[in-house]
Design a binder for this molecule. Structure first.
Ligand code: CMC
Length: 436
């Protein structure tokens, strides 16, 4: 266990089967439901538990993020996400996630300075980018480039050295905007734009994406604030699929760059981070509000694999608090850009209205998630849909590294090794090919 927050209570649960009776300790978290400690179950009962998709299984303990899915509550180190989105900013939230407390003014300045000093990529990496096809998806490029960081920054791959862990942390957070922006620039055949350390994190990213050498680029402070808010809303989300991937990969002792590359690969899927791209594509495909009922009917049809993208969540069964802030941000940005009558936004609003009143979605507790409105903002800012998931990956890197650091520092860290319910053939003798 990493912290002071989890205590074993005197409570136990009894499990009885065959002629065995096993007493299982019940752990009380600082928030959320009690947790049955089954670590000794196999040793004592010669039995495994079965939980594909980890719907009832805690794979670790953590002090970083807490979600109450019934209340629609998301806390980072105890602070509600809506307060952080309104009053804080991405690098301050990054500090909070990484080190556990909000920084003092001096600590924040020092942290921002350290991140800013690492924004450039090793120049040799330019050749690495050039090896990709022009039409490569930016997520494919990011997975490759972040994995390749272990070949460029050997001096921060020893996970047993706290100093190297810190350097890897700062490098990843600092370089991710450059990596993502360059993936975009490469795909549109424009020259790479080098980072500018006098700009804040979000403005620097926007400039690297949208500026060209032929013209100076003025970062609009409202767009940079909206970008920063998107980063903040995606910073961490406890033990989701990609974070669990990072933890599992790093449990073998793999270096941080390899582990974050594994997280990026996992995030890409449409059930996870890829949903923001899939959602905007769906909204465009629907096109006009009169076609919404057809898509709602398809989403409800058991024989149709179609799902309403940007709807539903494994943990949130009320609403996704990030979606609320995102919706408000979408309104602001679209108004600023003078595109509040954007047909995609109209379809999104009407789809949300119809779906949340529909008995199918009500009964299954399916509400808009963070990906429902983020794509509309990113689209209005000028990003192509293929960049939506890379932006999610950029922001989530902070959460992945915070969770990775927490895990590596935990003296109880063990290699992750799930068991299985084997349902295949039992032992049988090999048959020569001519006899089959
Ligand atoms: N549209 C229509 N039906 C849905 C949807 C949806 N978006 N989501 C879930 N359902 C139905 C599903 O068919 C199932 O019905 P039944 O019980 O009759 O079989 C029921 O709701 C429960 O679904 P599930 O797949 O068992 O739930 P899950 O917790 O395994 O999946 C989810 C959660 C997010 C993968 C799923 O809701 C989904 O595929 N949503 C669309 C993709 C999406 O927006 N993903 C982004 C998630 S938030 C950001 C992130 O994690 O990256």
């Amino acid at each position: 266990m990493t912290g002071m927050t989890m205590a074993e209570t005197a409570k136990t649960a009894k499990l009885t089967f065959d002629d065995k009776e096993i007493e299982l300790p019940i752990l009380s978290p600082s928030a959320g439901p009690d947790v049955l400690d089954i670590r000794k179950l196999y040793a004592q009962g010669d039995v495994f538990t079965y939980d594909p998709g980890f719907t009832s299984t805690a794979a670790c303990d953590s002090t970083i993020t807490f979600i109450d899915g019934d209340l629609g509550e998301l806390l980072h180190r105890g602070y509600p996400i809506d307060q952080l989105a309104e009053k804080s900013h991405f690098l301050e939230v990054a500090y909070l996630l990484l080190y556990g407390e909000l920084p003092s003014a001096v600590q924040l300045e020092d942290f921002e300075h350290r991140v800013t000093q690492h924004t450039m990529l090793h120049e040799q990496m330019v050749y690495f980018y050039r090896g990709f096809r022009r039409d490569a998806h930016p997520m494919a490029i990011m997975t490759g480039v972040v994995g390749a960081m272990s070949a460029f920054y050997h001096d921060s791959t020893d996970i047993t050295d706290p100093w190297q862990r810190e350097v890897a942390t700062i490098r990843l957070i600092a370089k991710m905007p450059t990596i993502a922006a360059w993936a975009y620039k490469f795909s549109i055949g424009q020259p790479f734009v080098y980072p500018r350390n006098d700009l804040d994190y979000a403005s620097n990213f926007l400039r690297m994406c949208f500026s060209v050498p032929a013209e100076e680029y003025e970062v609009n402070p409202i767009l940079s604030r909206a970008m920063d808010r998107i980063f903040t809303l995606h910073a961490d989300h406890e033990q989701n699929a990609s974070t669990s991937t990072v933890r599992l990969a790093s449990s073998s002792g793999a270096n941080p760059f390899a582990c974050i590359a594994a997280g990026i690969a996992c995030l890409w899927g449409p059930a996870h981070g890829g949903a923001n791209q899939a959602c905007l594509e769906m909204l465009r495909e629907i096109g006009t509000v009169d076609r919404i009922p057809e898509y709602i009917a398809r989403a409800k049809d058991k024989d149709d694999p179609f799902r309403l993208m940007g709807f539903g969540h494994r943990v949130y069964k009320n609403f996704d608090p990030r979606a609320k802030v995102m919706k408000q941000s979408a309104d602001e940005v679209l108004e600023l850009l003078g595109v509040e009558n954007n047909p995609t936004l109209q379809v999104a609003k009407e789809l949300e209205r119809i779906a949340i009143e529909d008995p199918y979605f009500k009964e299954k507790k399916l509400y808009p998630n963070v990906d429902f409105y983020s794509g509309i903002i990113l689209d209005a800012m000028g990003f192509p849909t293929s960049m939506f998931t890379p932006i999610f990956a950029l922001a989530r890197t902070v959460g992945w590294i915070s969770q990775w650091k927490e895990m590596i520092a935990d003296p109880q860290m063990k290699i992750g090794r799930p068991r299985q319910l084997y349902v295949g053939a039992t032992m049988r003798d090999y048959v020569d090919v001519e006899d089959r």
